[in-house]
Design a protein around this ligand. Structure first.
Ligand code: F6P
Length: 530
C-alpha cells in the first residue's frame, strides 16, 4: 500500500514548494477543498499531483469508504471494546433511522436532547431556581470538548457563567470555586463511566463545598452509568444518559455538551449540531479528492509519513480557540497513538503525529522562532476566520488576519542570505558585522503549512470544524489499520496510581516499585513531615 508513497519520500522532503506554484498557476485552487463556506488550503505543502494520486489510492486501498459506511451505519467498528462508533447519531438531526442491535437509536437520542433542552431552559430562565454559575466536573473527553466549545462561543453566551474543574490537583477546585456562591452554583458531574478517580474526588469535594447532601438538588450527572449516579445521590431525573457507542473524546454533541447548551441556549446548540451534520454529510458524499476530512488526513499523512515530520502544530488565529490544540491532542493522540493494528500485529510505521499548538499571534512571540529557523520542520495548521465578532475593533481583526497570512507566507518563502545581506546593507550594516548578522537572518523557507479559512466562528462553524477533525482522525486510523476508538494506553498509569495512593499516605510501597520511585516517595514524606 505504501510502496509508491515511500518511493516519493526523498523528493518530497526537498522539493521547492514555490516551484509547484510556479509550475501551476491554478495550484491554490486545485490544492484546496471547499464545503459549506469553509475552505481548506493545502497548496503550501510539497504534495504534487502524483503524490495526491498515490495518497488517494492509499485511502481507497485501506478501505476508507467501506469503514466510513460501517461507522455511520452503526456497525461495531470499535472491535476491541465490541462497540459501535456513533457520535454522528447525536447530530443526525435530519436522519430517519440509525439501527444498532436491531433498534433505531434516534428516538432515544432526540428524547434525551429534548430533556436537556427543557432543563437547560429552566436553569436559564430561573424557573429551576437562581443559578448564576455552572461548574462542569469531568476530565478528558468529559472536559476538553465542552471547555473548548464554551470558550470558543463566548460571543453567544447568554446563560449562566460556565466553569470547569478537571484536575485532581485540589488547586483546580479551589481556584475555580473561589468567589462563587454555593447557593447559586450548579454542578454537572460529567463522567461516561462514573468511575474516574479525578472526577469522583472532585465531585465529592465540590459537594462538601456546596454544603453537603442538602446541596445535591443542584447536582446534575451526565453518564452512561445511571445507577452509579444514584449511588452518589443524584436522582434519575437529573441524570442525562448516553450509550456506550459514544466515545468520550467524541461526546460533546450529546449530554456531555450540556455546559455548552447552558451557556449558549438550546437553539444555538442545535445550530452547533447542524454544522457538524453538514460536515458529516459532506464526508459521506464528496469524492475523496474533494472531501475535506479525507484531504486533511492525507495531507497530514504526507507530512508525517512521506516527508518525515513527526509533529504537527495547530495554530488557531482566534483567541477563543485557545483550547482547540488541547482538545485535538486528546482527539488525535488518544485515538491514533497506537503501536498495533486491529489484529494485534505490530505496526511498521509510527501512527499519529504529536499534536501541539497555541493561538496566534501569541505563539509568534514564543515558539515560532523554532518553527521558522529550527532544524526540525513542523508542519503548521493555521485556522482563521474571515470575520471576527468585534466590529468596533476592526483594526484588531485585520492585524490578526495579516499575521496569520504572513506566517504561512514566511514559512513558504523564507529569506536567502543574499536577501538578508541586502536588507542589512540598506540599514547601514557593513564589514564583519554584516557577515556575522546575515547568517542569523536567513530563513530556509520551504516549510509546509495548511490554512483552514471559515467565515466566522459561529456555533454552526464550530460544529463543522470539530466534525472535520473527528473524521480526519478516523480516516488516519483506517489508513494505519488501527482501532482509533479504544484507549488501552491510559490503563497502566491508572492502575499503578491506585496502588500508590496508600504509599503516598504513608503505608508500604507496592512490591515491584522501582528504586527511583521509592526514593521519591521517601523525599515527599520527608518534606511533608517537616
Ligand atoms: O483516561 C482516559 C479516559 O478514559 C478518556 O478516554 C475519557 O475521555 C476520560 O478518561 C474520562 O472518562 P469518563 O468520562 O468516564 O470520566
Amino acid at each position: 500500500m505504501w510502496t509508491e508513497l515511500d518511493a516519493m519520500s526523498g523528493d518530497a522532503r526537498v522539493r521547492p514548494i514555490s516551484g509547484l506554484f510556479d509550475a501551476d498557476a491554478t495550484r491554490a485552487e486545485g490544492f484546496s477543498v471547499e464545503t459549506d463556506g469553509v475552505l481548506f488550503d493545502y497548496s503550501k505543502t510539497s504534495m504534487d499531483v502524483d503524490g495526491r494520486v498515490a495518497l488517494l489510492a492509499l485511502a481507497e486501498a485501506a478501505g476508507v469508504a467501506e469503514k466510513r459506511a460501517s461507522m455511520f451505519a452503526g456497525a461495531a467498528i470499535n472491535e476491541t471494546e465490541g462497540r459501535a462508533v456513533l457520535h454522528t447519531a447525536l447530530r443526525a438531526l435530519d436522519a430517519d433511522a440509525i439501527i444498532v442491535d436491531g433498534e433505531n437509536v434516534l428516538p432515544e437520542v432526540a428524547a434525551t436532547r429534548a430533556r436537556m433542552s427543557t432543563f437547560a431552559r429552566a436553569v436559564r430562565d430561573g424557573s429551576f431556581g437562581r443559578i448564576t454559575d455552572v461548574v462542569n466536573i469531568g476530565i478528558g473527553g468529559s472536559d476538553l470538548g465542552p471547555l473548548m466549545a464554551v470558550l470558543a462561543l463566548a460571543p453567544y453566551h447568554d446563560g449562566p457563567k460556565c466553569h470547569f474543574i478537571s484536575n485532581v490537583d485540589g488547586g483546580d477546585l479551589t481556584d475555580t470555586l473561589a468567589g462563587l456562591d454555593p447557593a447559586s452554583t450548579m454542578f454537572i458531574v460529567a463522567s461516561k463511566t462514573f468511575t474516574t478517580q479525578e472526577t469522583l474526588l472532585n465531585a465529592k469535594s465540590a459537594l462538601a463545598w456546596a454544603g453537603g447532601t442538602s446541596a445535591l438538588g443542584r447536582f446534575v450527572a451526565i453518564s452512561t452509568a445511571v445507577e452509579k449516579c444514584a449511588e452518589f445521590g443524584i436522582p434519575a431525573e437529573r441524570v442525562f444518559g448516553f450509550e456506550d457507542w459514544v466515545g468520550g473524546r467524541n461526546s460533546m454533541w450529546g449530554p456531555i455538551g450540556f455546559a455548552i447548551m447552558l451557556a449558549i441556549g438550546p437553539d444555538a446548540f442545535e445550530s452547533f449540531l447542524r454544522g457538524a451534520q453538514s460536515m458529516d454529510q459532506h464526508f459521506q458524499n464528496a469524492e475523496f479528492g474533494q472531501n475535506m476530512p479525507v484531504m486533511l488526513a492525507l495531507t497530514g499523512i504526507w507530512n508525517q509519513q512521506v516527508c518525515g515530520h513527526p509533529t504537527r502544530a495547530v495554530l488557531p488565529y482566534e483567541q477563543r480557540l485557545s483550547r482547540l490544540p488541547a482538545y485535538l491532542q486528546q482527539l488525535e493522540m488518544e485515538s491514533n497513538g497506537k503501536s498495533v493494528a486491529l489484529d494485534g500485529s505490530p505496526l511498521d510505521r509510527v501512527a499519529g503525529p504529536i499534536v501541539w499548538g497555541e493561538p496566534g499571534t501569541n505563539g509568534q512571540h514564543a515558539f515560532y522562532q523554532l518553527i521558522h529557523q529550527g532544524r526540525q520542520v513542523v508542519p503548521c495548521e493555521f485556522l482563521i476566520g474571515a470575520e471576527g465578532h468585534e466590529p468596533e475593533l476592526m483594526a484588531h481583526h485585520r492585524a490578526l488576519v495579516a499575521n496569520c497570512l504572513a506566517q504561512s507566507e514566511a514559512l513558504l518563502r523564507g529569506r536567502t542570505e543574499d536577501e538578508a545581506r541586502a536588507q542589512l546593507v540598506e540599514k547601514g550594516v557593513a564589514g564583519a558585522k554584516l557577515d556575522q548578522l546575515a547568517k542569523h537572518r536567513v530563513f530556509s523557507g520551504n516549510r509546509p503549512s495548511t490554512t483552514l479559512l471559515y467565515p466566522r466562528l459561529t456555533p454552526y462553524v464550530l460544529g463543522q470544524i470539530v466534525a472535520l477533525y473527528e473524521h480526519r482522525v478516523f480516516v488516519e486510523g483506517v489508513i494505519y489499520g488501527i482501532n482509533s476508538f479504544d484507549q488501552w494506553g491510559v490503563e497502566l498509569g491508572k492502575e499503578l496510581a491506585g496502588g500508590l495512593v496508600p504509599a503516598v499516605e504513608g503505608q508500604d510501597v507496592p512490591e515491584g516499585t522501582s528504586a527511583s520511585t521509592v526514593r521519591l516517595l521517601e523525599k515527599i514524606r520527608h518534606h511533608r513531615d517537616r
